[in-house]
Structure formats: structure tokens, C-alpha cells
Write a protein that binds this ligand. Sequence first.
Ligand SMILES: C=C(O[C@@H]1C=C(C(=O)O)C=C[C@H]1O)C(=O)O
Length: 122
Amino acid sequence: MSVRGIRGAITVSVNEEEPILEATRKLLREIVDRNHVQPEEIVSVFITMSPDLDATFPARAIRIMPGWEAVPLMCATEIDVPGALERCIRLLILVNTELQANEIHHAYLGEARRLRPDLAER
Ligand SMILES: C=C(O[C@@H]1C=C(C(=O)O)C=C[C@H]1O)C(=O)O
């Protein structure tokens, strides 16, 4: 058993509470589905949003998911690099797993695929 990181990213169309929470849930579900992870295997979830997103804390979406109440969460603002992808939510999930690093499925959805085309997969 090792602790491994799973990455993901997604964009939202507007800086509003519900779209941010919905996109966060969608990205988390995609990562969970692709890697068959259970909440009790999760060490922590680190979330960043690009500086143009500030309508809510994306962690709120995860904390209210059944089974996820006790998972430590942290939100922060992504570095404001000129020209970086706008309205982007990024996740880093640390998980206790038997999977090898090359068996982890990251999830870069929609517009965010272009951040890491090598990891986007689907
Ligand atoms: C390219 C990304 O955006 C940023 C750059 C990263 C990198 O260069 O590895 C990782 C996370 C982000 O700070 C990404 O989310 O993967």
C-alpha cells in the first residue's frame, strides 16, 4: 500500500457558486470512477482555483458528499501566471492505494485537457 497522487482539472463557464460546486463534484466523481477509490482510502484533497474564480469555496461541494465528510480539504488560489487557462479548478487527491503510479488515471476534462494532453486520456 502506497500513498499516491491523482490529478484533475476542469473549467467552469462563469464565476458563480453553483457552477463551481457542480464542476468540482463532476471532476471528483470522474477521478473516483476512473480509479475506483473509496472515501476511506483518501488521505486529503487539495483544490486550487484560478484567480478569476472566487464566488465560493469549492471544498464545500466535496464536504457534503456522503462519506466524504471527514476527508481533510484545502482550497487555495492558483498562481496568476499571465496567459494561464482561465476559470480553472484543479484537484490533487492523495490516496492510499495498491495501484502503481503508472496505473493511476488522472482526469483533465474539457478545456482543461490542454493543460496536460499527456494525462487527459479520455
Ligand atoms: C499544468 C497545470 O497547471 C499548473 C502547472 C503544473 C505543472 O506544471 O505541473 C501543475 C499544477 C498547476 O499549478 C496543471 O494543472 O496540470
